[in-house]
Design a protein around this ligand. Sequence first.
Ligand code: ZN
Ligand code: ZN
Length: 326
Amino acid sequence: MRRNRIIRAFAFVAGAMLLSAPAWPEGDGTRVVLLGTGTPLPDPVRQGPALAIVVNDSSYLVDCGTGCVRQMAKAVQDLGISALQYTQIAGVFFTHLHSDHTLGYPDLMLTLWDIQNQPLPVYGPEGIIEMTDAILQAYEADITVRTEGFQQSDPTTLRPKVTVIGEGEIFSDDNVMVTAFRVPHGTCCPVSYGFKFVTSDRTIVISGDPSKSEEVAKQARRADVLIHEVYSAKKYESASDTFRQYLRSFHTSATELAEVANKAKPGMLILTHQLGTDECDTRGLADEVRKAGYRGKISNGNDLDVFWVFTEHRPRRASASSRRAE
Ligand SMILES: [Zn+2]
Ligand SMILES: [Zn+2]
């Protein structure tokens, strides 16, 4: 049974690694890999919200939207980031439990099952245990077939090791210390967090999905990078009253983000969870933030962009695109 499992795991990982081509830039240091920079909209070029902080040989996932698992495989295969192999995940951290941030969670849990030799460590707000149990229950028939049939999957590694988080330090190991802080996000879920990752060489702050937040500005003060969600202020102008109310209480406009980022003064501002003027058109967002008075370094994040020492690194595949760091 064990041999079968090892072969399956090897075939899977080897498949993902087979074409790993471009050399990962040499040198040590913390890297940020954007796995998905979209919103709930089914944007064909942006997967659901997810990113990875990569330190040494370990990766730390923040949220797991649609496509998260396939994007990790792509990062291993196309970008040569071996720390994004499934066995190297040291923790999965959910900012909140909105569906766009968690749709990849069942995929992550069930896809990893045969590859991991220990349960996946998951950290999330109140409700994460119930969500995990409900997913396992939803797939009960499949799980029975896989554990009791010829596949002989190991039931002891299936259920993630789930920790419910609150404010303050939620995780630390040799690579990172992770702090959670509450952010306003309408009536969500019921709690929503942002995260600060401190490594030996970098401080990275991730906003989650807040409306304009003084707390984000405070946490990101002098951070190396602030990764922040944003919606177009132009879109707001043309929205209905109800949608305006929703945007104001749940999210941060480009104008508001300029204010937050001017207070925080991060080394670099990376836009994610981007809601542009016209459905999936997000090209003008960085300009909107600049026109609103932000003078710092800014980048429109795109799926599978990699940031390293916080000058942008666009690998060969992505550098064919004409977009540059903005
Ligand atoms: Zn949300
Ligand atoms: Zn969201």
